[in-house]
Design a protein around this ligand. Structure first.
Ligand code: ADP
Ligand code: MG
Length: 674
């Protein structure tokens, strides 16, 4: 069946549907309602007052009348009662409704009971003599676009549901043992539920399906378990390198280095997630793995999500490897075309040993002479597919590093099956970052506080959520702030401004100047959020701190407290919101990323959406990995069992297998670079 076969869906409306990315009937039926209106239970006026739209059964107490309010505008009103209270029903520009309504008759109406100047009223209610068509049911409400109405959608989808052939893709045993609703029933009920419990069951079934296919896809394509890889030797130089470091590795670092080297030694591919709080020293661990790959004759890639971070890693690695003969190169979007071509050529010929890069390294034209190790920093910024591209370039060991501690179950759903190493200890001598949440009226005191630190030789960050001034949001813009403060408090101090919209070359220069301690105060948006390491910077002020989620605040704050100086983080905001205050209190009370992540999950559960970025998995329509973690766990056991026991090859799983092939194709087309 295709869209043309649906009655009432002409070329114009097809175009509107395209705006919602609906291009075929499948897209249409997967355009699930975003809420429902329960138009079944008849309520009294009293019960419905001040609440959601409700269904009432009313008797008209007069004949309707229409008033004309100038050209093309009129309003029709009729009084009605439920026996106890009287209410005015009004419609705009529907004078013909007069013909349907007569004093003394009974009608079902659906709408919101409100009051205006002491008079109860309902504006533009749906009205009908009988139940069954629009009223008396649970009715879906869809996301719309210009040119389409709710009724259009209900009509199109109901036609599609009648004509479509549904095929059950989940095998019987899985349906039964998980008590899942049949596919056809689920699709019908998610659009036109017969009851709330059937709606629940349909959502559960479809969620299960979303997670199930995704996890199965991940398990099959990203499970490197027992996949043959390189058997690296542990080079004697590794020990020397560690001994010559200006500091001693923490015990936690030693432990994870051991785990990683063990993985590299094994004949199987390494697929490891390295979790460690901000400032725990992941970079040096990466460097050790890279060094080992080098002495085994292999190239390594270290991929970072931003150019700022890539540039910093490049500088760091070059420094650390000074005197080791290791050639470090950088590949990033802002290089000139010529430079880029040269670098691509050098990588191909093996003239560089370590390639630090943004996702520029994922481009088709990049090939390696002898790639052995791929490390991605701050992995949460990359998609699964991006990693797949890299690992696809060779049978390589992969290490992904993240400061965001997520439960193992979630990690499995984000990265496929992997091993996890955790750095659960900060380098010795780190002091807690003292954190204070204060109102905007403290600005003057805070600026003097910054001045004092600058006079003692330190540097500071001032972070702001927006680049330019915006009219509708009452937020401080970083540009405005930069100008205002640079001209007043910081008149005699070198300040800098960095944000994502700047040309990458300029960004590099600004960062360079801050790293070299020329710029004393850096104004920034969240572009400095990940990875940036300037140990001399000890104070951070965050404007509009209520605009950030907990994990993001923690990441931002992690830019200070990286050296031997006592560090401070000031969270500025005047928010009265309960959740914002809770967040501030949590930030004041702990520096521990694991605790913060846990609190973050709890707060999210209570309907907070700010900072939700991490769960932006676009392949899900219904599932939210955080909220549906129990189901996720269950599904993971099932997909494991299927693969361990080779069930996909059995007859009962044939339909599933075909469906999975289709799914894999789709998902690989869908996942786009960002
Ligand atoms: P992150 O885990 O956030 O990426 P980095 O790797 O950037 O942390 O390390 C933060 C800072 O700590 C760096 O300046 C690094 O040189 C330093 N560092 C790393 N390990 C140790 C250690 N064992 N002792 C002291 N300082 C360390
Ligand atoms: Mg880092």
């Amino acid at each position: 069946m295709n869209l043309q076969e649906i009655k009432g869906l002409g070329p114009k409306k097809r175009e509107y549907l395209n705006n919602l990315k609906i291009e075929n009937v499948d897209d249409l039926i997967y355009h699930y309602p975003f809420r429902y209106e329960d138009r079944r239970d008849v309520k009294t006026i009293e019960e419905a007052y001040g609440k959601e739209d409700a269904l009432l059964h009313l008797s008209l107490v007069n004949n309707p009348s229409t008033r004309y309010l100038g050209r093309n505008k009129n309003i029709t009103t009729v009084k009605a009662t439920d026996g106890k209270y009287k209410i005015d029903l009004t419609w705009f520009n529907q004078p013909y409704i007069v013909n349907r309504l007569k004093s003394g008759e009974n009608f079902y109406v659906f709408g919101k009971v409100e009051s205006y100047k002491g008079q109860l009223k309902m504006t533009s209610p749906i009205i009908s003599k009988t139940l069954g068509n629009e009223l008396g049911k649970i009715v879906p409400v869809y996301n719309l676009t210009k040119g389409l109405t709710q009724n259009d959608f209900r009509n199109f989808i109901s036609q599609a549901l009648k004509k479509l052939k549904f095929e059950e893709s989940l095998p019987k045993d899985i349906l039964n043992s998980n008590n899942l609703m049949d596919y056809r029933e689920a699709i019908i009920n998610i659009h036109f539920p017969n009851s709330m419990s059937l709606l629940q069951k349909s959502i559960e079934r479809l969620k299960f399906q979303e997670i199930f296919f995704y996890q199965l896809y991940l398990d099959i394509n990203f499970s490197q378990i027992n996949k043959e890889g390189i058997s690296f030797k542990i080079a004697p130089e590794v020990d020397n390198f560690i001994k010559k470091l200006p500091f001693e590795l923490t015990n936690a670092q030693k432990k994870v280095v051991g785990e990683i080297l063990e993985d590299m030694k094994s004949p199987f591919i390494m697929n490891r997630l390295l979790q460690g709080d901000v400032g725990s020293g992941k970079t040096i661990v990466a460097a050790i793995a890279i060094l080992n790959a080098y002495y085994n004759g292999y190239q390594s890639v270290l991929m970072a999500p931003t150019e700022i971070l890539a540039t910093q890693h490049y500088d760091d690695l070059k420094n650390m490897f000074l005197g080791y003969g290791i050639r470090v190169g950088i590949l990033k979007g802002s290089l000139t075309k010529k430079r880029k071509e040269e670098m691509v050529e050098d990588i191909k010929k093996g003239f560089v040993d370590v390639i630090v890069s943004t996702h520029a390294v994922l481009e088709d034209n990049v090939t390696f002479e002898n790639i052995g190790l791929v490390i991605t920093d701050e992995q949460h910024r990359f998609g699964v597919k991006q990693r797949a591209i890299l690992t696809g370039k060779g049978n390589v060991d992969t290490l992904v590093m993240s400061a965001t501690p997520i439960p193992r179950t979630l990690a499995l759903a984000k990265y496929g099956s992997l091993d996890i190493s955790i750095i659960d200890e900060l380098p010795k001598g780190r002091k807690n970052i003292e954190t204070y949440a204060v109102g905007m009226n403290y600005e003057k005191r805070i600026m003097n506080f910054l001045l004092k630190h600058v006079s003692e030789g330190r540097q500071c960050y001032i972070v702001c959520p927006l680049i330019e001034e915006s009219e509708n949001l009452n937020l401080t813009s970083v540009e405005e702030l930069y100008e205002r403060l640079s001209e007043t408090y910081f008149k005699n101090i070198k300040t800098g401004l960095i944000h994502g919209a700047l040309n990458p070359k300029i960004k590099d220069e600004i960062m360079e100047s801050f790293i070299n301690n020329e710029t004393k105060i850096l104004f920034s948006t969240t572009v400095i959020e990940v990875g940036v390491n300037v140990p001399n910077a000890n104070t951070m002020v965050i404007y509009n701190a209520d605009r950030f989620g907990l994990s993001q605040l923690h990441q931002l704050r992690g830019r200070v407290g990286r050296g031997k100086f006592q560090s401070y983080c000031i969270l500025l905001n005047d928010s009265k919101s309960q959740i914002a205050r809770q967040r501030m209190r949590i930030m004041e009370s702990t520096n521990d990323g694991f605790i913060i992540a846990k609190k973050d999950l709890e707060l999210r559960g209570s309907g907070d959406v700010i900072g939700f970025r991490q769960s932006g998995e676009e392949q899900f329509k219904l599932v939210n990995l955080f909220e549906d973690i129990d189901m996720l766990k269950k599904v993971q056991d099932i997909t494991r069992d299927i693969l361990d026991n080779n069930k996909l090859e059995s007859v009962e799983y044939k339909v599933l297998k075909d469906e999975l092939d289709k799914y894999s194709k789709d998902i690989e087309e869908q996942i786009i670079f960002n």
